[in-house]
Design a protein. Structure first.
Length: 366
């Protein structure tokens, strides 16, 4: 069975760097688009980040399914070659700041003047017209998420994994795909994906509504769930396990096991430490596997706290083909996390670092 390829025959020029724009191009490639990654002569800066013998894990994670060409956009000849690419393209993805886009004549007005039908997707910081720049960690801080993610001492905390970048890329991909597939789309379309708005929609959604309704919020309390109790990471004899027992139906099942008091949800939330202590007194007497098995028997959501190696090993055993696949030479290729009747879109590895092009490679020209 083939997976859906509604973007087959569409070309997307990916001018972005690092993660957010790269995720956008990657997802468009998953659904059939031909995605050409344009890199500076030294390569996308993410190629220099940490990785393995196969190269940067950051670049390889978010650039599958693309071809690549190296162009110096400040050089007239290379800029002309970029315009050749754009002339045959349906969309372009950028995450340069406003001043850089204007300096390179890559702002929407300049692009549409030369390529009127081009969908221009900009992953911006605070809006395409705002000159400020942003990184994932800044968006987490500015959006309020770092406060909602604070540790138990109240110190704001930034989450690993670049969630704002990834969510921004997914929103950009969805918006770009919908525009490309809309037969009645407006001409000279610019799609603006501000990271600050994505962070507030995807990471702080309920808190943003509470702030709007009552000018209030609940600060983070470490690993505790903000809306229920007891739900936390608990120490076991040989590691840690997350037990989500804060809903009334789950606490009713766990309470007799841990000798906890019968208390309504508001009281459990107010006295979180007391209820956490009751749960952890029990978990400390058991291994992670024993806690996980007992929670499963009771129907209480729970799971072991794993490191990435253990998580990969366990998930690959439970779901063959998930997370990564191996190339014949041993290189791991990240897999699309959605399947269609058991089949996933085929992902080619991220492209090798391109050499400075003197002509547009045949496979990227139309």
């Amino acid at each position: 069975m083939s997976t859906p390829q509604p973007l087959r025959g569409r070309r997307v020029v990916d001018l972005s760097q690092y993660i957010a724009g790269a995720v956008c191009g990657q997802v468009l490639a998953d659904y059939g688009a031909e995605v050409v990654k344009v890199e500076p002569p030294g390569g996308d800066p993410s190629r220099a980040l940490a990785g393995s013998r196969f190269g940067s894990s950051y670049f390889r994670a978010y650039n599958t399914g693309k071809t690549a060409v190296a162009l110096d956009l400040r050089a007239p000849g290379d800029r002309a070659r970029l315009d050749e690419l754009l002339a045959g393209a349906d969309a372009v993805v950028l995450n340069f700041g406003r001043r850089t886009r204007e300096r390179l004549r890559l702002d929407a007005a300049a692009l549409h003047a030369q390529h009127p039908g081009l969908v221009v997707t900009v992953v911006s910081a605070y809006g395409a017209d705002d000159p400020r720049t942003c990184f994932d960690s800044i968006a987490q801080a500015v959006s309020g998420f770092a406060v909602l993610n604070a540790d138990e001492q109240g110190r704001p905390s930034i989450a690993a994994g670049y969630p704002t970048d990834v969510f921004s890329g997914l929103h950009a991909a969805t918006a770009t795909a919908m525009a490309l597939l809309d037969p009645q789309r407006a001409p000279a379309l610019e799609i603006d994906v501000p990271m600050i708005e994505v962070a507030m929609a995807s990471l702080t959604g309920p808190a943003s509504l509470l702030a709007a309704d009552e000018a209030a919020f609940t600060a983070g309390q470490g690993n505790r769930d903000a809306a229920t109790a007891p739900s936390n990471v608990y120490e076991c004899r040989d590691g840690h396990c997350y037990v989500y027992a804060g809903l009334d139906k789950h606490w009713a099942l766990l309470r007799p096991l841990v000798n906890g008091p019968d208390a309504p949800a508001p009281q459990r939330i107010t006295d979180r430490a007391k209820f956490d202590a009751a749960v952890e007194t029990w978990t400390r007497r058991h291994t992670v596997a024993e806690v996980d098995e007992r929670m499963r028997e009771l129907g209480i959501p729970a799971g072991p706290v794993r490191d990435p190696v253990a998580a990969l090993t366990a998930t690959a055993a439970e779901r063959p083909g998930a997370v990564v696949a191996r190339e014949p030479g041993g290189e791991a290729v990240p897999q699309y996390p959605v399947s269609f009747s058991g089949h996933r879109p085929h992902r080619r590895p991220a492209p090798a670092r391109p050499q400075r092009a003197t002509v547009i490679p045949e496979e990227t020209a139309r």
